[in-house]
Design a protein around this ligand. Structure first.
Ligand SMILES: [Zn+2]
Length: 157
């Protein structure tokens, strides 16, 4: 049991810019509570819709609701940031666009975590992991991606 997990548990949690959580995107930011990456999907044509929108851009259907995706992805594009943009958001870190296998144009902008930024590469296979942050109206689970499969630690130093 965590006896003292109260207010100051945030020390080792890096700063992140928090999203504006609305009724339209809440499934995305809070799905991590159940370990699920949730994306809106059209009931009529099965199109995945991201960023969230109330109307399907493919068929203009309005029957859209969140569904869990596999959480797998590949790195399509990335950049390693070396500049300090915010206090406690310590560089370097990798910002990436990842491609989800569910649909050809289903992509997320995210951070690649749990590896050195220099280890990130194109076509790298990654999987979702969530960072939980407190928010004014309940917690937010930011979807981040980490290397999938066994970790390559490289040659010993
Ligand atoms: Zn549709």
């Amino acid at each position: 049991m965590n006896a003292d997990a109260t207010a100051d548990a945030g020390d080792e949690t890096p700063f992140r810019v928090m999203p504006a959580v609305t009724v339209d995107n809440e499934h995305f930011w809070r799905g991590g509570a159940e370990g699920e990456l949730r994306i809106l999907r059209c009931a009529r044509c099965a199109y995945w819709i991201h960023p969230p929108a109330p109307i399907c851009p493919e068929c203009l259907g309005r029957d859209v609701s969140p569904e869990a995706v596999s959480g797998e992805a590949t790195v399509l594009s990335y950049t390693v940031n070396h500049q300090l943009w915010y206090p406690n958001l310590d560089p370097p870190y990798a910002v990436a666009i990842v491609q989800l296998p569910e649909q050809a144009d289903l992509r997320l902008t995210t951070n690649i975590v749990n590896c050195e930024p220099s280890e990130v590469d194109f076509d790298m296979t990654v999987k979702v992991t969530f960072l939980e942050y407190p928010d004014s109206r309940g917690n937010v689970w930011l979807p981040m991606f980490e290397p999938a499969g066994e970790k390559d630690e490289g040659p010993g130093s």
